[in-house]
Design a protein. Structure first.
Length: 163
């Protein structure tokens, strides 16, 4: 499998899930071969900020904050899950590695122990895969457009997703 294809599906996963949540960013949304040396990058709006005091104290205070964190985790997981669905394998690839620390860091604001963390990650991975399955034609269309154009603006993504 070519690295560009895996990266295109990875970034398409992030973008389509962001679109599903109504969180597609306003800048160029998806890029293959970022200027920073990354294989790709998706600009998305996370749909709410986690207050600094929550980050300092290390625990969420209410349901809204928990939902914001869950959305951010699902957005982070969407890249690897889309790659995995495209490639039909469970092994982690190099392109998804940078998303993993963010997931753990965010979930540590919600969960209390390692066992709970494992179950919560499993739950959110399942939710992520279900969203991607529902919108798989859109993921495929965005990935294919990325392979051709290398950079898609928000307007171009919406045009592809809404066909």
């Amino acid at each position: 499998m070519r690295a560009a294809e895996l990266t295109a599906y990875h970034e398409a996963g992030h973008v389509v899930v962001a679109w599903h949540f109504g969180l597609l960013g306003s800048r160029d949304a998806t890029i293959l071969k970022g200027k920073d040396g990354s294989l790709g990058h998706a600009h998305v709006n996370f749909g709410g900020r986690i207050p600094r005091r929550v980050l300092r104290e290390g625990r969420v205070k209410n349901e809204r904050q928990r939902q914001i964190i869950e959305r951010q985790v699902i957005l982070s997981l969407a890249g690897f899950q889309a790659e995995r669905m495209f490639n039909n394998c469970a092994r982690r690839s190099k392109s998804c590695g940078s998303d993993d620390p963010e997931v753990i860091e965010l979930l540590e604001l919600i969960v209390w122990d390692e066992e709970e963390m494992g179950h919560y990650v499993d739950f959110l991975e399942t939710r992520t895969r279900n969203i991607l399955r529902r919108y798989w034609p859109e993921v495929r269309a965005v990935a294919r457009a990325l392979l051709v154009q290398k950079r898609l603006s928000r307007a171009e993504i919406l045009k592809v997703v809404l066909h």
